[in-house]
Design a protein around this ligand. Sequence first.
Ligand code: ADP
Ligand code: GN1
Ligand code: MG
Length: 369
Amino acid sequence: MHHDKQTLRKISSQFRIPGRFLDAAPYGTGHINDTYATRWLADGHEELFIVQRINPNVFKQPEWLMENIERVTRHLQQKLAQLPGADPSREALTVIPTHQGTSSFRDESGHYWRTYVFIRQSRSYDTCINLNHAYESARMFGRFQLLLTDLPGPRLHDTIPHFHHTGRRLAALEQAIQNDPMNRAATSQKEIAFSLARRSIGDVITRLLESGSMPERITHNDTKINNVMIDETSGNGVCVIDLDTVMPGSVLYDFGDMVRSTTRTAVEDEQDLNKVTMDISIFDALARGYLDTAGAFLHPVEREHLAFSGILITFNIGIRFLTDYLMGDVYFKVHRPGHNLDRARVQFAMIEQMERQEKEITRVIARYA
Ligand code: ADP
Ligand code: GN1
Ligand code: MG
């Protein structure tokens, strides 16, 4: 959804942003929220702020979500302030409160909005641009997890319950196949068969978590490559963003999604599947970056499953795209007919790639873990 300038001016005036509103424009390529870059004039300087409408179909309890984000960003800022050379205001998100002091604003139609300081001189990319990019983003997500290992209690809210529970995702897919509300099952027979044949990828991690054999951690849960900002000049990682799904989970969900979104040589919705390959040298840089930071705290059972986690999460997200295609594109934003089916196909092509390169993947992990 796109909001007009007047609406955005009115919404952003609710927040403690210094200066005069100039304009606002849709920003980024996220699949979930409505994101705007807003420009302001303060003391003769132009300032930018990110203003976002939280997706109401995806997040049912925006106030809980913002409570998580407030606690997490505050903790990150405190930890970064103690790290020599770190810049807390640039390396962690800063929530701008409303004039009432709340972290979000509820508009007339009941939708929630929030504002962040814009991370300057940096950008995010939808695909990996080079080995250093892979290394830096993995290092940043690993550091993010590391800095949150000592977040004081209570347990964070589950902003989307069972988010990475593959068993439940499969059940939802089977339900969608059965109901087939848009008559689309006939056009995705191959992808449906692929998914059902790989049911056994299932819930290895969920079971380890439930049995207590693997520790629950505070994880990001959406470690797509475009959710980390990269410095425009140095190419170094600057800041992990998109904190809506920060909640208790497994570190393997995070590493798995880095593998899914970073080692892929093509875009997430590439229509020419011949272009979709998994680059093992990118995987190498990614594993190195992740273990350079997260290596400080990982448990042996977590290390043992790093090699497998890429397939697991790619499967999980592949079946989510396929389910959303069957359901009529009700969850992910789409920009063309068949968009979610294209996305699902790319995930499944990546799974085949990872299956083919299993030995190499295991070897890389053995080298660093
Ligand atoms: P979504 O959940 O829809 O993916 P994100 O929070 O990831 O929303 O934001 C979408 C895009 O907006 C990001 O990929 C990034 O390019 C940009 N963005 C988000 N927050 C900031 C920020 N604080 N500073 C600069 N750019 C940002
Ligand atoms: C969504 O919000 P964004 O675009 O970073 C989705 C992720 C998927 C991803 C696939 C809350 O991420 O789970 O992996 O799309 N986020 C949510 O591109 O569902
Ligand atoms: Mg995002």
